[in-house]
Design a protein around this ligand. Sequence first.
Ligand code: PEP
Ligand code: MG
Length: 576
Amino acid sequence: MKTYRGVPASEGIGIGSIRVYGYIDILSTIPSDCKAKDKSLEEAKLSRALSKYKDYLASLKRVLPPTDWELLDAYELMADALVNEAVEEVRSRGVCSELAIKAVYEKYSKMFRESGSELIALRESDLKSIASSLVELVSGERAQGATLIPGSVLVADELYPIDALKLARQGINGLVTRRGGVTSHVAVIARNNDIPYLIVPSINLDEILELEGKQAIVDSIEGKLIVNPSNDLIEAYSARLKCYKRLKEKAKRYAFLRATTIDHYSVDVLCNVGNVEEARIASTSGCDGIGLFRVEFLYMGNKPPSSDTLLNVFHRLAELFKDKPVTIRAPDLGADKPVPYIKLEEQNPFLGLRGVRLLLEYRDEILKPFLEAYLSVASRVNNLRLMLPMVSRVREVYEVAEIIERIGERLGVKDPSQRVSLGIMVETPAASMMLDKLAETSYVEFVSIGTNDLTQYVLAVDRTNARLSKFYSEFDPSVLRTIKITVDQAKRYGVEVEVCGEMASKQYAVPILVGLGVDGLSVNPPVVGLIKYTISKLEAKELKNRLVTRLLNLSESEEVLSEVKKYMSEKEIETI
Ligand code: PEP
Ligand code: MG
């Protein structure tokens, strides 16, 4: 038995035997000196390939539901544009049609990758798929395909969205790729088709090839690919899968309701998203707003985003959620989110220039342009909130507030710091210990606990080090005590308190966080219904007086978890 850790891109559990899906990289087989013997013949080949490709898309449309047609239409447009430019290449450079397609693909692929948008960069695989298919059609070579037995777990280095569509239709139990992103088309297709999809970057190509035919469990809830599991484990997972399916159906009914405990304590269930497309999906998932918009994906290119890009994104977010809050985090750069245009040579990046510290250090390059765009949109709508990452000193809040004041004045915004709904993330023990002083600044309207970082700093465990994962747990009593201090201080000062780290998306954490008194949980969109269902089965007063007091006196995270599990089972709350 071997277990690989991965990132869940579509939640669920899949069990089956592995089929390895592979492509030959047909584009890399094209000689760089491939010349056109007869230009008009090459042009004719291109136009024939395009028309066959369109026939192929039309045939897919006949078998796929209309919800998938949008992608096929986009493919048709991209193929048209690609072939038009390839014809130009043949005419101007006299290259053969295969090389012409490859040249156009390479030009746009580079632009996509350098676009600075994770979403656009991921679309590079759509373009590669189209270019490869066109080259196949021009040259008559087959470069892709796999024999598939329904019920398989499909493992691939990478999967093109168009193949994901076909495979989803054939019915697969699970999908695992080495490359890909949680916001890719493949992830969207997997989610729409209820296929558990896990991205496992640590698996190498040789290992993938050796997986063919082996039994596997894709646990895309906890983020595990288990190869050659024992019979007992298969049995346990089969039972879990049954419960999971039943609970998922039930949770759907709660997603669009207010989450209120039995004793009428209301909790906002907001969502965490990383781009506008995810926000659009979230807006139809029942979220009570956005609790964390990770703006930093816009900063991942080779320069910061333009003011137009920022304005456009903020506008669209505000519009999507209208009267519900949308919390935009100021760019949290550095440490695990490095950017190429800020060179930080640090021995301890997690203890280095990151979050608001970095923003204040690079105020002219990053913070001011960001705030300018933010303020000009926020002053015209009423649902945007601004959140500062990695706060560790009170003066950071004053400094940012002063910059907001000056930019606001320049933009003609009346009372800028009153107009801005400003919040801070509590991710450092310092922010938790100093919350009274932070709240006294009168700028801080809300607090959001970033348990991913808070856990790493409270326990002194690097959150990215897989070897240390057994030491990293948000359920550790030390973390719970830190959260308690934070919530109690926030309440004392009338500051709203939410949790936006991964802990908020974990079902077993819900009784603890509700018992500690949080006002909101910001979770991953697919679990909104599950979290709301769980809240609705709890009694806040009892949690506070009975469960939480007991948990805070335990010594180990394992003890905390087992107590919570026992409590939930006593209350007959179904869990995944
Ligand atoms: C956190 O630290 O909990 C958090 C939400 O921020 P990120 O995971 O982006 O660092
Ligand atoms: Mg963080």
